[in-house]
Design a protein around this ligand. Sequence first.
Ligand code: HPA
Length: 280
Amino acid sequence: MSKEINWLEKIQETATFLKEKVGGEMPKVAIVLGSGLGNLAEKIDIKVAIPYSEIPNFPVSTVEGHKGQLIFGTLGKKYVMAMQGRFHYYEGYSMKEATFPIRVMKAIGVKVLCVSNAAGGMNPDFRVGDVMLITDHINLFPDHPLRGKNYNELGPRFPAMNEAYSHRILDLARKIAKKNKVRLMEGVYVGTQGPTFETPSEYRYFYRIGGDAVGMSTVPEVIVARHADIEVFGLSVITDLGGEGIFVDVSHEEVQQAATKAEPIMTLMVQEVINNLDEV
Ligand code: HPA
């Protein structure tokens, strides 16, 4: 076994840094902005923005289209923190590194996490540019963020995953979509390591095992959030299709374009859900 890093110390160090740097009350809601969704940050009235490179113990984001900063500010009526750019397993980070920001969120008092991502759609009802409410996930990553020593201070050894995505927030999101006449799809997100997109057979396989969309992120963060008893809400933008008989030739640029197209709906959904959450 490799030498254990003392994660508790690191989490506390980073949380203390952020509390001092940002000052005042800390947000109860955090948002992870995925591929091509970074512009949603423009809707946040920013109080403080801190590049990841200046945050102790934070990895540095490497992917194109990810700015890599932590934002504190107001979205609608709610004070939030947002990760503009996330850490993907395929970039080479360990699972513990990739999910470290979620631990820090918990340490500063976050109660609700909103995750967003770009995903390939397998469900035949989906179209490019659709927004999918994540109702559940299937974890196909080859490593697990909770593998190794469990810190009971952070959460239980064997956490339940029966309600990974908060049912009450799912209901709220459905009501908001209806009220605003938004075409909101629903489905199960399959998390894979990437960085290759899927072969046609892999898309078919993911659909047959119960997935509606597939992507290379989110699942590790959601697992860590649930371990820490943070309530989770997630949205995917369907940026390409991998359904039966559909030929896809997907590129990173196309993913970015489709994500940009879906941005107004993503923004509306994220903002309205957060603003209508009680207790936070
Ligand atoms: N597969 C995996 N990840 C993705 C895809 C996809 O088709 N689209 C956007 N991210």
